[in-house]
Design a protein around this ligand. Structure first.
Ligand code: HEM
Length: 423
């Protein structure tokens, strides 16, 4: 079934995502009236919009039928895709886990899977707590008010992931630009680098430039770690083998790029969602302080609520169906996690932020073979964030409107002005 044109245009328009209620109203209408609908927005190749939890889960679970890498893995307009294919010979400027399928994906993922497992992450806990102590100090230095999203939530996960990778503090500015340019969208207000783009060509040039710069940095890091191995992910990527062979240069860079970027805005967006809830629910702070065992519930609900990764794209490798709708081989489709996470058939009161929700199964970290590799790290660093901050937070309130990133792929609050008191 074809989607109403105005809904299709709203889904692809980055500006729609600045207004949380507006974009969720679009998703809700689609879940209720056309759960698997063909969108034909002007300037884009048509794609199926998958809005319900069970259909998103079915698509994500079946990587054989629904490939990640044959067509663009995130929503791009036809012109951006044309430029990318012309320049790099494929729809992907980076070759990362996200764009791989089948055996290759499994082999590359297995390389670091145990590194990102809960047991090995336990060793990182003291360093993460240390990063959080620094974060609270920075917050304290702002006085009694700050922009929580920008001044507190933004840099903490970046520094954690830099520790994981083994990237020195002096590369922070480069890492920040890398995440902002790749995920950052053309939203001039929200891009922490302050960059704006007027054409897809200009934006692609900016991404290519930062990719080249980061490539130089990571290549030097790889050479360094081959000479002087350490206990970090860079050492594993530099010296690891797949089927007895060292990783290819493109794949090594892709691995660095995905780990450096995937865990940054996603985690800070979810943390900001938690802070907004604390401000909007006056009894929540005292409740969490009285019973810290509620913190994992806060973390999980923040991730569901925000669903910072709004979608990933897939394409069908054969004729099939989703939710009774015929899908042809080669069709492009959007698994929409943000919509799935508000599905009325799965959640009681999906539009309520409820830290006691049980069970809180959600799609915000994906599902199946591509499920977020950093999910345990994300939960761990967010739990530590609140375990350290809450005992020191005497009061907090919003002092102005929350502002959100205008982007259809990764988006969340980039400005959360607060007034607070720390002990
Ligand atoms: C709250 C924070 C996070 C959210 C919401 C999130 C969300 C996601 C989602 C939706 C996917 C795609 C899953 C799918 O296609 O089924 C993904 C994949 C991935 N994430 Fe995360 N992520 C978060 C944090 C992190 C962190 C901290 C890292 C650390 C390195 C990370 C690394 C990755 C990687 C490497 C992949 C690709 C996995 C694959 O394709 O096999 N993410 N994430």
């Amino acid at each position: 079934m074809d989607m109403k044109q105005e809904l299709a245009e709203a889904i692809v328009d980055p500006k729609s995502y600045k207004d949380f209620d507006k974009i969720h109203a679009v998703f809700t209408e689609l879940r209720q009236t056309a759960p698997v609908a063909l969108a034909k927005p002007v300037g884009f190749e048509p794609f199926w919009f998958i809005s319900k939890f069970e259909h998103v889960r079915a698509v994500e679970a079946d990587n054989e039928t629904f490939h990640a890498g044959d067509l663009p893995t995130i929503l791009v307009d036809a012109e951006t895709n044309r430029i990318t294919v012309e320049e790099v010979g494929s729809p992907h400027r980076f070759l990362t886990l996200v764009q791989m399928d089948g055996e290759k994906h499994k082999a590359y993922r297995d390389l670091t899977a145990s590194w990102f497992g809960p047991r090995s992450l336990r060793n990182l806990e003291p360093r993460i707590r240390n990063r959080m102590h620094q974060t609270i100090e920075r917050m304290a230095q702002t006085g009694d008010s700050c922009d929580f999203a920008h001044d507190v939530a933004l840099l903490y996960p970046l520094r954690v992931i830099m520790d994981v990778l083994g990237v020195d503090d002096d590369a922070e500015e480069l890492m920040l630009r890398l995440t902002q340019e790749i995920f950052g969208s053309g939203d001039p207000e929200a891009n922490a680098t302050g960059r704006t783009y007027t054409t897809p060509q200009e934006q692609q040039e900016a991404v290519a430039a930062i990719a080249a710069e980061a490539y130089g940095y990571f290549t030097a890091l790889t050479e360094e770690r081959r000479k002087n191995p350490k206990d970090d992910l860079a050492t594993l990527l530099s010296n690891g083998t797949i089927n007895g062979e060292k990783l290819g240069d493109v794949e090594t860079f892709g691995y660095y790029a995905i780990t450096a970027t995937a865990g940054h805005d996603t985690t800070s967006n979810s943390t900001s969602a938690g802070m907004i809830a604390l401000c909007e629910q006056p009894d929540l702070l005292a409740k969490l302080q009285a019973d810290p065992s509620l913190i994992p519930g806060l973390v999980e609900e923040s991730i569901r609520w925000e669903s910072p990764v709004k979608h990933f794209m897939r394409s069908a490798t054969r004729d099939t169906q989703v939710g009774g709708q015929a899908i042809k081989q080669g069709d492009w489709m959007m698994s929409n996690f943000a919509s799935a996470n508000r599905d009325e058939d799965v959640y009681d009161n999906p539009f309520e932020f409820d830290i006691t929700r049980k069970p809180n199964r959600h799609m915000a970290l994906g599902y199946g073979p591509h499920v977020c590799l950093g999910q345990h790290l994300a939960r761990l660093e967010m739990r530590i964030f609140w375990e350290e901050l809450l005992p020191r937070l005497k009061s907090v309130e919003l002092t102005g409107p929350v502002k959100r990133v205008g982007a259809s792929f990764v988006s969340g609050p980039f400005s959360v002005p607060i007034k607070f008191e720390l002990t």
